[in-house]
Design a protein around this ligand. Structure first.
Ligand SMILES: [Zn+2]
Ligand SMILES: [Zn+2]
Length: 357
């Protein structure tokens, strides 16, 4: 249970341990708020693939798709108030004073402070954050659906926004998972012709439901198949596996762009460089959005009724372990979200879990 005091907050969180994917409950004290800080009571937090990259570091609080209710604001925070539903994401702070910060590129700020630095992350019942880096969730989007928009949604939206995707484009989303299923929805709402590309054949029905006009299985990508396929202006790869990148470059129109947001396990081998020169094809990567992108993405998602398809787990040590094992086993359809029990439920759930562990 998280307890507020006049001198700050005693916060309950769940931290990694020496044992991989094993979590423990911790308590820590956060000092009284400074002028720009806010205290958020967390209601839901998405479980992202990137969380697992840090699961091997003991005593780390994970979670960067957190959404909750504002309990208290510092004296200089005016844009959000007590009771507002807000989300926070990967970037926690930036200098707010460099050219990148001034031009809406704060996510590139050289003084940015990123997840998982600090204990104020999402696998917790509360967090003290810089209120200038939290985002008001639009009316109509529930906390559990807003969570995955903060990283998965932000990443695909940012990739498309920064690639200047326009409605006349044919675009392909590679990988129909946590990011990809949102990518299909964003691309369809953008007005594009949308193609889902997956290595499996069993997600077609759902991909079409998420907004794809057509579905391709990458196992069919023979040179003959690639030759006769109508090419794409933009291909967004959301999967964390290696590709045959030259095949994807062949699937682009001249001036087309292949953008990577899923992190492949190995160094990228491009093959021939001529497509970059003769056909001016682009190979780029993208991180999630900062303040400008996240603000736009939430408005866009609200306007077009874009929501993640989620599976719910309780926000507890056991719930986190279950959600991470589920994700690790490749079973997530399509985003696991940790849901905080109501206050009176927290201690009951913890007591039961403690007895079982
Ligand atoms: Zn993430
Ligand atoms: Zn800066």
């Amino acid at each position: 249970m998280t307890v507020s005091t006049s001198s700050g907050y005693d916060i309950t969180a769940y931290a990694t341990t020496e044992k991989q994917f094993k979590f423990k409950k911790i308590e820590y004290h956060a000092d009284a708020l400074t002028d720009y800080q806010v205290y958020i009571k967390i209601k839901a937090c998405g479980v992202c693939h990137t969380d697992m990259d840090f699961a091997g570091i003991p005593d780390t609080v994970l979670g960067h798709e957190a959404v909750g209710e504002i309990v208290e604001t510092g004296s200089k925070i005016t844009s959000i108030k007590k009771g507002d539903l807000v989300g926070f994401a990967y970037m926690k702070e930036s200098c707010l004073d460099c050219l990148l910060c001034h031009s809406g590129e704060d996510i590139m700020c050289r003084k940015r402070k990123m997840f998982p630095e600090g204990l104020n992350n999402g696998y917790a019942h509360g967090a003290v954050c810089d209120g200038r880096f939290v985002y008001k969730i639009p009316e109509g989007i529930e906390a559990k659906h807003a969570g995955p928009l903060m990283c998965a949604g932000s990443t695909v939206f940012s990739a498309m926004y920064n690639a200047n995707v326009n409605p006349t484009h044919r675009i392909a989303i590679v990988g129909i998972g946590g990011l990809g299923h949102l990518g299909l929805q964003f691309a369809r709402a953008w007005g594009c012709h949308v193609t889902a590309i997956s290595h499996s054949r069993d997600k077609e029905e759902e991909a079409l439901k998420f907004g794809a006009h057509e579905y391709l299985c990458s196992k069919d990508f023979t040179p003959e198949f690639v030759e006769k396929t109508e090419k794409f202006d933009f291909i967004l790869s959301t999967v964390a596996v290696d590709h045959d990148y030259s095949t994807f470059l062949d699937l682009l129109v001249p001036n087309g762009e292949f953008k990577l947001v899923g992190i492949p396990p190995n160094d990228i081998k491009f093959g021939p460089v001529l497509p970059f020169l003769l056909d001016q094809k682009k190979f780029t990567g993208a991180i999630l959005g900062g303040r400008k992108i996240n603000t736009l993405l939430l408005k866009f998602a609200a306007r077009h009724n874009i929501r993640p398809q989620i599976e719910e787990f309780p926000l507890s040590a056991q719930g986190i372990e279950d959600a991470i094992h589920h994700l690790h086993a490749g079973k997530a359809r399509y985003r696991g979200v940790l849901i905080a029990p109501e206050d009176e439920e927290v201690e009951k759930v913890e007591a039961v879990e403690e007895a079982q562990r």
